[in-house]
Design a protein. Structure first.
Length: 366
């Protein structure tokens, strides 16, 4: 049973951090599903307090060391360009011993950020929202383009190693723990038909034709803060999975999430399709924010990466279904299979849109 973290627990943690003012309110934040999160208000300002999940992150201190390095770099670059780091990136409030975290008596890792005003969206309301999200993640890449990726700890090894994810799927097929392989023959055949086209990014990183950069690795829309008045993206949040990788992962996963006309667990696959206009909007924003940070070899693979990340996600859902739903939370017994079918339908739709995607990319490859 999950340990209950209460407002009283937070009030006992706060004195270990260098916060300003007198505490007036603590309110639990229920939007996230991983960490225990709270908005803390003092008579001076607002803070965002979290206990990092000990289940999701086995080495939370290293996670915080990553975030500390990245946010320091972001803050310095934003300030040098005349921006305001307090509004445009996460700002760590250090513990009183100077560390970017505090370990409580149980070894749990706590952190405090300056609270960022604005709104995070669960889905784009229009093309403008999706373009702005692209801008935010593209700017994130630009600001970190001169940061040495080797300084960062790999939070989740092989997180976007698609060939390894495929091997994991084949292992789950071989185990057939739940006797479900027979009902998944069509999905398995879909994956096997694509197994020889999964390594362009991993091969490129290995042979040096694609540069190793910093990746966010969770480029959902709700990890972007939007200004309530202007509707413009202001900051990228949730840096728990920031680590070395390829921006193709970030771009592809954003398209997987945001350019699907259906839901991630849509049962009627007729409602699942790739929206080229959303792709174009995100592409515009991403490259505008990146300010020329990417090479043509990366840009040319944006369409491929969109299908790749969608395939990877679908293969993970399918493997989890075959193993008895041990990783992803489900709402009903076939939930992971429905999710896998949804992702594979989107892969096919992206593949069928190759000509439109290439046309959209062409102006940026001249």
């Amino acid at each position: 049973m999950k340990e209950e973290i209460t407002e009283e627990t937070v009030s006992q943690i706060l004195p270990h951090f260098s916060i300003q003012g007198t505490l007036t309110k603590i309110v639990r934040n229920t939007q996230g599903h991983i960490n225990d999160s709270f908005k803390v208000t003092t008579d001076k300002t607002n803070y965002f307090v979290q206990r990092i999940s000990p289940i999701a992150f086995k080495e939370p201190v290293k996670v915080m060391e990553n975030i500390d390095l990245v946010t320091q770099h972001l803050s310095k670059k934003i300030r040098a360009e005349g921006g305001n780091p307090a509004e445009e990136c996460l700002n760590i409030i250090p513990a009183k011993d100077g560390k970017p975290y505090f370990l409580d008596e149980f070894g749990h890792c706590w952190r405090v950020y300056l609270f960022l005003d604005g709104k995070a969206l669960d889905a784009p309301r229009n093309l403008h929202d999706f373009e702005e999200a692209g801008y935010a993640f593209g700017r994130f890449q630009y600001l970190l383009s001169d940061f040495d990726p080797s300084k960062l700890f790999e939070v989740i090894p092989h997180f976007h190693d698609t060939p390894k994810r495929y091997r994991d799927l084949e292992a789950a097929i071989a185990r057939d723990k739940m006797g479900r392989v027979k009902e998944c023959e069509e999905e398995i055949a879909f994956c096997r038909a694509r197994k020889n086209n999964l390594s362009k990014v991993t091969d490129g990183l290995e042979n040096g034709t694609l540069p190793l950069r910093i990746t966010h690795n969770d480029t959902k829309l709700n990890n972007v803060m939007f200004d309530l008045t202007s509707g413009k993206a202001t900051a990228v949040i949730d840096l728990d999975t920031v680590m070395p990788g390829s921006p193709l992962y970030d771009f592809g996963d954003a398209i997987r999430f945001g350019a699907n006309r259906g839901k991630e667990d849509e049962k009627d696959l007729a409602n699942v399709s790739f929206d080229i206009e959303r792709f174009k909007a995100y592409l515009r924003g991403f490259l505008r924010g990146a300010k020329g940070a990417f090479i043509k070899e990366e840009i040319s693979l944006f369409g491929y990466a969109s299908a790749l990340m969608t395939f990877e996600c679908g293969s993970r859902f399918l493997a989890d279904y075959l193993d008895g739903d041990v990783y992803f939370h489900i709402a009903y017994p076939e939930h992971n299979l429905v999710r896998a079918r949804d992702q594979f339908a989107l892969v096919k739709s992206i593949e069928d849109s190759e000509a439109d995607i290439n046309e959209a990319l062409a102006p940026y490859l001249k």
